[in-house]
Design a protein around this ligand. Structure first.
Ligand code: NAD
Length: 401
């Protein structure tokens, strides 16, 4: 028997607004959810545009007053899909109003904001929190997690992660992603945060030290849009006024880290990696095996079995889309298409909605969902990287509270 409907309110209606709205509308069609999802209310800043978006994507109500929406007694789950500097205010208000909260990543723009969110969540232990580190729900990375838990990687020696894009050249205007007070950081919080989460997720280990970090801002001045804080990722310089403003975030980040279990890691992220569009890659080497993943081949996981007969040793490419018969198949494949009928970016969000509904119905997700406490650990790494780059020295995570 189905439980009560889950009434969702979402704040934000642009890039992630579309990804999340699509996910809420699709999850119940493909997954057998224990509770129906109701797309109750959409909140964003411009009422006319918000109404239009709500109508197009199937939200029942639209509002330009998120403070009232999060207090609405009919709402069960508040989804925060706004720029990083408002995550804290919105998530804490929703928690204090008794709601579950699903917040976009990074948890916040600053460690102080993230800590306030963590404390608010701790004060409300019966309410669930989730963070949209959606790449965990790429079937290939979920399989890598399962392989690691089953001991197939053995002792992990080495993690190598990079997340490379090239959209932030000199023509990209000063959208909120280039404003330190709004975003907190640049490629670090935007892209590298995903890599840090993925590395922590698959290894099941914590980063204990950032040995050294470089943050570089190559393009220091950008054209100012009339509404920079609301500008979208796709904004082009041609639409911008000629006035220039200062970019106050990193274009590129590189850092080296150590894990508690002894593994060492290198991370790299850039929005100026000419030629790369969304190259989110990770490789993990253990004494029993290794994995490598590249989001631009999102259905595939490369696997190396170091315990195999020498004559058979070599990288295997697994198409992670087999619903399976005997062993339960690949993660999430049961909900989608026949084997190798590929899924895409939006499915990572749909998979996350399905898992969130499971958790909110008392069941387990396919693979663990990050909550505020988990995402706070990633936020501490972001902070350590910033400190390490600023002071040109190693930073132990134990020094960060
Ligand atoms: N999980 C992912 O892969 C992924 C990808 C992109 C962005 N993000 C994260 O999602 C969040 C939003 O990013 P985006 O790309 O959707 O940004 P966006 O600029 O495309 O959209 C932001 C939305 O928030 C609204 N907004 C801004 N300030 C607001 C306020 N004070 N009150 C209410 N609404 C407000 C805007 O009107 C807009 O609808 C960020 O935290 C970002 O880091 C995550």
């Amino acid at each position: 028997m189905k439980q009560d409907a889950l009434n969702v309110a979402m704040i934000g209606s642009k890039f992630m607004g579309r990804a999340h709205a699509n996910a809420y509308s699709q999850a119940g069609r493909f997954f057998d959810l224990p509770r129906p999802v109701v797309m109750h209310t959409l909140a964003a800043r411009n009422l006319a545009q918000t109404r239009q978006f709500a109508q197009r994507w199937g939200w029942l109500h639209a509002s330009d007053h998120w403070q009232a929406v999060v207090r609405d007694p009919q709402i069960d789950l508040v989804d925060v899909g706004t720029p990083n500097h408002v995550h804290m205010e919105q998530a804490v208000a929703a928690l204090e109003a008794g709601k579950h909260v699903a917040c976009e990543k990074p948890l916040a723009g600053t460690l102080d904001d993230a800590r306030a969110m963590l404390l608010a969540a701790k004060r409300r232990p019966k309410q669930h929190t989730f963070v949209w580190y959606n790449y965990r729900r790429c079937p290939a990375l979920a399989l890598a997690y399962q392989l690691a838990r089953a001991g197939k990687l053995g002792r992990i020696y080495h993690v190598r992660a990079c997340y490379l894009q090239d959209w932030a050249g000199p023509d990209a205007p000063l959208v909120w992603r280039f404003q330190g007070k709004v975003a907190g950081s640049g490629s670090l919080g935007d892209l590298c945060a995903h890599s840090i989460d993925t590395a922590r997720f698959i290894t099941g280990d914590q980063i204990t030290e950032v040995e050294g970090a470089v943050l570089e801002t190559f393009i220091k001045q950008r054209a100012v849009l009339s509404d920079a804080a609301g500008g979208e990722i796709s904004g082009k310089g041609a639409d911008a006024k000629t006035r220039k403003g200062k970019s106050t975030v990193d274009d590129v980040v590189l850092f080296i880290a150590r894990f508690k279990g002894g593994a060492v890691a290198s991370f790299e992220a850039s929005r100026l990696a000419t030629g790369y569009k969304n190259n989110n890659r990770i490789e993990i080497h253990g004494d029993k095996g290794a994995i490598r993943f590249d989001f631009e081949r999102l259905s595939e996981l490369d696997w190396y079995d170091a315990t195999a007969d020498d004559r058979l040793a070599g990288w295997t490419t697994i198409n992670v889309s087999n619903p399976g018969v005997a062993n339960g198949g690949h993660p999430y494949a049961h909900a989608w298409w026949p084997t190798a009928h590929a899924i895409g970016y939006e499915h990572t969000f749909i998979n996350q909605v399905a898992d969130m509904v499971q958790v909110l119905s008392g069941s387990k997700p396919v693979v663990p969902l990050p909550d505020f406490a988990d995402a706070y650990e990633t936020q501490k790494v972001l902070h350590a990287v910033t400190e390490s780059a600023r002071h040109r020295c190693p930073v132990k995570l134990s020094q960060i509270k």
